[in-house]
Design a protein around this ligand. Structure first.
Ligand code: ADP
Ligand code: ADP
Length: 226
């Protein structure tokens, strides 16, 4: 259902940088794909094109069997977690989680059920009445994940979500993400420059270099070959 397919995907920025030279990649429904590689290799550009935040130069992106090249982000059935998980500071956690659903006109009963479910998955029930300022970094990151889960999208997109956390919290959140992945098996595309994250989280590791895919495989295939 939520398969993501990139075909001959190219992105040249005005000014002449070709960030993505030609990518062919198929991420099966339910798979967790990690795009990994050095800074500047085109990971973030690729993710932003899938999200619809960046126009593509040529090629095709399909999500769940539907070509989305021309669709705005809101019509792509995706949810994205950014590095700077901007939560609304003046709202409670509950209202942060409810915000997008209310904008879509969902009724409060349905919203409450989705929030209860997501809060259970993330163990943030005791935090729902707090404001972001009253949360630790890890708790804020969990709320940011909650905002994605309540949307019930076909695809999750992650742009270096752990890179602003200290080493200890990052290790902790890696384990949390792994657990989330088992409980909510939604097709995911995760960008990182951290090989440990790629190995821990990916069932498909996509190694990028200079705007191209260099290698694709399971963590074992990709990291244990000479
Ligand atoms: P990564 O996420 O792997 O670090 P990016 O996709 O951010 O790589 O960047 C790939 C290349 O595209 C880099 O050379 C970068 O400088 C360039 N680039 C990224 N965003 C822009 C932009 N908005 N305008 C021009 N060049 C950009
Ligand atoms: P909010 O984004 O604050 O939850 P909306 O649901 O009204 O509020 O979103 C505004 C726009 O941004 C919509 O086009 C929506 O699809 C998009 N959007 C919101 N959150 C995300 C997200 N996590 N990932 C991708 N798109 C998002």
């Amino acid at each position: 259902m939520g398969e993501v397919v990139l075909s001959q995907l190219v992105k040249s920025y005005p000014g002449g940088v070709t960030a993505v030279r030609s990518i062919d990649l198929k991420i099966p429904d339910g798979a967790f794909a990690v795009l990994v590689g050095p800074s500047g290799c085109g990971k973030s550009t690729t993710l932003r094109m899938i999200a619809g935040l960046e126009e593509i130069s040529s090629g095709t992106i399909s999500i769940g069997g539907r070509v989305v090249n021309k669709l705005p982000p809101k019509d792509r059935d995706i949810a994205m977690v950014f590095q700077n998980y901007a939560l609304y500071q003046h709202m409670t956690v509950y209202d942060n989680l409810a915000f997008g659903l209310r904008n879509r006109g969902e009724n409060e009963q349905a919203i409450a059920e989705k929030i209860a479910q997501a809060a259970g998955i993330l163990s943030i029930e005791p935090l729902l009445k707090r404001r972001p300022k009253q949360l630790s970094g890890g708790q804020q990151q969990r709320v940011a994940l909650g905002r994605c889960i309540v949307r019930h999208p076909q695809v999750f997109l992650f742009d270096e979500p752990l890179s602003n956390l200290d080493a200890k919290l990052r290790a902790h959140m890696r384990i949390e993400l792994k657990r989330l992945r088992e409980r909510v098996p939604v097709t995911s595309v995760y960008v990182t420059h951290d090989q440990v994250e790629a190995m821990t989280l990916g069932d498909l590791v996509v190694i990028m270099k200079d705007g191209l895919v260099q290698q694709v495989g399971t963590p074992l295939e990709v990291y244990n070959t000479p």
